[in-house]
Design a protein around this ligand. Structure first.
Ligand code: FES
Length: 150
């Protein structure tokens, strides 16, 4: 069975079981390494992608569930050589220590901005609430998120 997806603006066809986790399809079949594997249970946020502009956890979605929808990974956020402003804000704030969790956080802040033009501190906190960071660069991450929405 061939599944037709739209990923990062490109139409792609995958001959994989429809129950394959979207994260596996993105990483293993499409070589898109923006979404990371963390917990595999929908709890850490490392695998976050945009589905129709909203953040979603790719480890708990099947590839069949996104047929006909627009999937965007971190790899597809930039406009050619110009980074998405959220990506640039995270760089400017030097928010990364190991950086493993940041891809998902950038996706969640992009999702927030897609739906809220001037989010409050509370909304920013809520967007990042269920992302886990083991390094503890939380202050820099919050600084980055505030820069992104400024
Ligand atoms: Fe998907 Fe942790 S890997 S939420």
């Amino acid at each position: 069975m061939t599944l037709k997806l739209k990923v990062n603006g490109q139409n792609v066809e995958l001959a994989i079981p429809p129950t394959t986790p979207l994260l596996n399809a993105l990483r293993n079949d499409l070589a898109l390494n923006g979404p990371k594997y963390g917990c595999g249970l929908g709890e850490c946020g490392a695998c976050s992608v945009l589905v129709d502009g909203m953040a979603a956890r790719a480890c708990v979605l099947t590839v069949a569930s996104v047929v006909g929808r627009e999937v965007t990974t971190l790899d597809g956020l930039a406009d050619k050589d110009r980074l998405d402003p959220v990506q640039q804000a995270f760089i400017d704030a030097q928010a990364a220590q190991c950086g493993y969790c940041l891809n998902g956080m950038i996706i969640s802040i992009r999702s927030l901005l897609n739906h809220t033009s001037a989010p409050s501190s509370g909304q920013i906190g809520a967007a990042l609430e269920h992302h886990l960071c083991r390094c503890g660069t939380h202050l820099e991450i919050l600084d980055a998120a505030h820069r992104a929405v400024a």
